[in-house]
Design a protein around this ligand. Sequence first.
Ligand code: ATP
Ligand code: MG
Length: 567
Amino acid sequence: MTENNENEGKKSLNFIESIIEEDLKNNKNNGIVYTRFPPEPNGYLHIGHAKSICLNFGLAQKYNGKTNLRFDDTNPSKEEVEYVDSIKEDVRWLGFEWEGEPHFASDYFDQLYEWAIKIIKNGKAYVDDQAPDLISQQRGTPTNPGTESPYRNRSVEENLDLFERMKNGEFEEGERVLRAKIDMASPNMHMRDPIMYRVLRKAHHRTGDKWCIYPMYDFAHGQSDYIEGITHSVCTLEFEVHRPLYEWFLENVYTEGTVKPRQIEFARLNLSYTIMSKRKLLELVQKNIVNGWDDPRMPTITGLRRRGYTPASIRKFADTIGVAKRDNVIDVALLEHSLRDDLNKKSPRVMAVLNPLKIVITNYPEDKEEWVSIDNNPEDESMGTREMPFSREIYIEQDDFMEDAPKKFFRLAPDKEVRLKAAYIIKCEEVIKDSDGNITELRCTYDPDSKSGSGTEASKRKVKGTLHWVSAKHAIDAEVRLYDRLFNDEDPAGHKDKDFKEFINPESLQILTNCKLEPSLKDAEPESKYQFQRLGYFCTDRRDSKPGHLVFNRTVPLKDSWSKKNK
Ligand code: ATP
Ligand code: MG
């Protein structure tokens, strides 16, 4: 085989894989690859987190490593157990399993406290009595150095005493903080004596009232990585400027011969027509603009799941976009493409009529019914065929009929013929209307020799249109929720003078309550996925659908209608 052939179909390494392969070659960390996914339990996970999950777990899978799930729960005020549970469920649903039990940064509060004491003893941390506002004023600006605190040169003994009293609850919030003693003139603002601990008189969802001082993210994160033996600590680009501090803290607690984690940054995922900030997503939930975190219009993992996304389509998407070093925006159409691709292969085709128009086939016997055979998925013969009932009265889609049809309308019109998919050719003979002039019913005739697959001349006859349909007396009723993009602006959060909520798409949800489905769907389980022929991909709602009251969500139409809209 030539070298070219060998590389065919193989993707080249992304920059993180290159770093890891170099480390493996040098037997750094004894050849171990250990990553972690570190969410803060202050909201539900979104598609951006899914990217990070696929990356962290994917790297470990590729290099025979392990991945921890670690909750970064250093901020007691915003965190809730509900979020912890949802995060575990979402990671598993995406198809990943973490190593052992989930970890919590709060499990390390004792160790972090001891390390803080060690750093104080080394003369590299001090207790500052100044108010938070003053401390932040004294940080200076990127071009102007900061001002040293008058408390910076306290003795080790005094610092140890004050820090212990902070822990013992002798001070109020904002009265004292512990700061690292680094360099108030550093060009990197994060190195200007950053705060390590603050007083917070709040109960924590795991440690209860044990602590009234809590470590800052920067002091907790790298040390948690270190405790867990993480080799490659992958995070998003905004932490690049924190890296010197990450390394500074590690240097100050490091024991020779142990694994020293390396922080590697990549560009966070941004998607067009989507917001990805947990704070804004929470606002949508709290203001009832959407129906909860799992509303099928939400970019949360649980929302995507309820909408009908498959884990495979999300993993494929994450893989396709790769990892970038520069911020960019990915077209949401790419995510939808990955979804269609997966659903096209896996979903059985069925017939569903969303806006029914009744047809009476006048020359079809009243008491007759017959069953026609139809492929479950033309893309995959192994999915077999099923039988669908046909009878004198059927439903078609209202917009598949036009009374004054233009020439290019290849669906049903007065005196025109169409084929009913897998069944007969019918011809429209009469249009029935109510007293207001609304069309209520069509009278048609059928050609008895034209049955699909019967081999007759008439069965091979070409007519321009083929319609989906269901037999009226066999049809089952369903509610169908048509979802569309939640925002009608490419970058809803990117307008300086406008609130992102101004760009909510008023047509993002349309509920149809009179839909007619073929009877094979009668016992559809929650989260069953189908292609409704000619309409799109749909799935039963995992919360509201049950036999006897079926509720379907439209996952995605067959084609991307937005690319046309915007041209
Ligand atoms: P937000 O700023 O909306 O609160 P976050 O980044 O603070 O989100 P975390 O819970 O801290 O949320 O994120 C957990 C992990 O997921 C982090 O490693 C973070 O870098 C990563 N992550 C978050 N958002 C994205 C994104 N859009 N693309 C890729 N990774 C992301
Ligand atoms: Mg964060």
